[in-house]
Design a binder for this molecule. Sequence first.
Ligand code: UD1
Ligand code: MG
Length: 434
Amino acid sequence: MSNKSIIILAAGAGTRMKSTTPKVLHKISGKPMLYYSIKEALRISDDVTVVLYHQAQRVQEEMEKYFTTINFVIQDHENYPGTGGAVMNITPKYEQTLVLNGDMPLIQAVELEKFDIDATIVMSVLQLEDANGYGRVVIENDSVQKIVEQKDASEDELKITTANAGIYQFDTKFLLESLPKLSNDNAQKEYYITDLIEMAILQKKVLKPIIVSEENFKGVNSKIELADAEVIHQNRIKKAFMAQGVIMRLPDTIYIEEGVQIEGESILENGVTLLGNSKIVNSHIKTNTVIEDSILVDSDAGPMARIRPGSELDSTHIGNFVETKKAKLNGVKAGHLAYLGDCEIDEGTNIGCGTITCNYDGINKYKTIIGKNVFVGSDTQFVAPITVEDDVLIGAGSTVTSDLKKGQLYTTRAKKRVVEGYFYKHFNQESQEK
Ligand code: UD1
Ligand code: MG
């Protein structure tokens, strides 16, 4: 833990996102962008302040689901809009203050440690092919002169491809002394934090630029940039798992959310989606299967299976078009086309094609409990609540409406009726057959 304070700016409206959701709550790999800045900040500091304004309550409530030790401050946005206004009225605890943008979901603590330099300001610079959207860094005689915002830049300045990444470390004393001197004399009539750079230069303070990569410091201002950042983030997640021994077929087609755990020699085929806090241990997930907030151990699922929240599968085989929800399956085979919701099914049980646990009566949800070595014939419905003991045989096409005892046969098919030639009688036709 270094001795520095961190301020994360997250008060902006994010108009370029064209959304009613605050910018920093837009998600990357299943978590709001701001989550990532805070998580990385907490790795290196115990004094983290998040600045809010637009939909402040909503953003704060969302972040409090994940973090309990951060401070929230509301920006005086009416009087002091802009990134400079955002850092006013904060008293950092330490001598150095790192300022991060909440719209940078790719930052990592190891990169932030590079700012551990003794200077009045350490600023981060990107060397880009296209700096569109960023403030341009004007460098003359090898030293930084100022930062010009895109909206204030001249035609020549717009051609500059050296951009301000938007992360700065300030000597806290300099920061607090200089903020009252900021003005809003610019195209956006805002107080820019970037003007502090020019002030430091005029005062001949030590200013150290460090070159950083877009891979880690990309700012997200639009939905296009959101998608670009997510691709980078996804690659990080997938590479980390592959390095640990997970096999991925066509990884570009796989989506894995932050929070997913994968252990052992698991295989993910193309098109697999792993969501929430799912945990996959020594399992094989086949093409186009979706798993959400579920645990799979020594199991296989798919192709095209959907494992919904609260499912726990152990040594289980799930085939195509099977949907589970809150299903505890231990040593079960459900090879095709079934809905298994709110149920517990035990070892050696075979679930036939077309089986449905009817768990919902329109008002409440009920459980189906099935024991060991039960053979469930195709197209069976369990009208829950139902308990089926071990070693039961259920005939195809049965509707199970009462509990079944060990060893029983159960079948509810209607009595068979075959009437020769009835088709022709019904439609008043002559039979073609002689
Ligand atoms: C800012 C920089 C720009 C840099 C870019 C990097 C300024 C003036 N410009 O521009 O030089 O290239 O970041 O991504 O700083 N925010 C507030 N309160 C406000 C306005 C913004 O907290 O009143 C927050 C936003 O929520 C956001 C961050 O500050 O998290 C940056 O704001 P944004 O509007 O995205 O600034 P850029 O135009 O990207
Ligand atoms: Mg931005």
